[in-house]
Design a protein around this ligand. Structure first.
Ligand SMILES: [Zn+2]
Length: 276
């Protein structure tokens, strides 16, 4: 496996991280995940909004699902799976791997995988770390991921597009196909989440034209026009979280019409076919 290239000379992978509006990293250290159950969830309606949009465009995508969401809202996993989308894991408690001991990282991963797999009946082989917080040098994490059946990862942020996509991360204990999030040379990601919402469309279009590989990543909350205001976050963070959520879906649909997207699984197959 070396270089993935579609006929248009690029590859665009569409992914969603399925977590609720309060599952952000901001101020995460100030509260325990155990309060999540007390907050009003919007995960079902916000995920349905995404699934309806994908149906309209006849697209399939990769969904990295938070184990906590799978546990308390299993219908979200069932809906995604029933529509034929790819299901991946996004940890159980949404901790950055860098803040966990190796043993706790493994425990969290296993809990996430078991929760999702019990619903779909299918093995999960794709993983994304919260906050794209893995580095190719985190061999300990990739060893744990591979030991639990993960074959494809999308947790690494790079400033330049590597010569080959996927990046093959391996040592004698693992081989994982890495589909990294590539940022601009200034170091900010433009292909999803808050940056995509905040940046002007003209600039987003310019960046999409500049690069041949795009990893699109969104959350259900990015498209919620009624994003709740909460005192867990600062005033500024509240404003940022809610900024342009009423326009983000339209903005994404314009991009999707110009840049056909595929799932991680399809991207892996494409690279296998082209480089047997
Ligand atoms: Zn996340």
């Amino acid at each position: 496996m070396t270089l993935v290239k579609s006929k248009s000379g690029g590859v665009n992978i569409l992914t969603f991280d399925i977590e609720d509006w309060f599952h952000t990293h901001q101020n995460r250290h100030q509260y325990s995940g155990h309060i999540w159950q007390k907050l009003p969830s919007k995960i079902v309606s916000n995920t349905v909004r995404i699934l309806d949009m994908l149906d309209r465009h006849e697209l399939k995508a990769t969904f990295f699902i938070l184990g906590w969401v799978a546990k308390y809202y299993p219908e979200v996993v069932s809906m995604i799976h029933a529509k034929g989308h790819e299901t991946g894991a996004h940890s159980y408690w949404h901790h950055s791997p860098q803040r966990l001991s190796h043993a706790d990282f493994e425990k969290d991963l296993k809990l996430c995988l078991d929760t999702i797999q019990d619903i779909t009946g299918e093995k999960v082989t794709a993983y994304r770390a919260p906050g794209f917080n893995l580095n190719p040098k985190d061999t300990w994490a990739f060893e744990i991921l591979a030991a639990h059946g993960i074959k494809t990862d999308s947790s690494v942020q790079l400033v330049h597009i590597p010569k080959s996509i996927p990046l093959i991360l391996k040592n004698r204990n693992y081989e994982i196909a890495e589909f990294p999030l590539v940022t601009t040379s200034f170091g900010f990601p433009y292909s999803g989440g808050g940056y995509f919402r905040v940046l002007p469309s003209v600039y987003v279009n310019y960046l999409f034209k500049q690069y041949k590989y795009h990893l699109l990543y969104f959350h259900p909350r990015d498209f919620d026009p009624d994003y709740p205001f909460i005192n867990l976050f600062s005033f500024f963070r509240n404003q940022l979280n809610r900024f342009n959520t009423d326009r983000c879906m339209d903005k994404l649909e314009v991009v999707l019409e110009q840049y056909p997207t595929i799932t991680l699984k399809e991207a892996t197959k494409l690279s296998d076919t082209k480089n047997p």
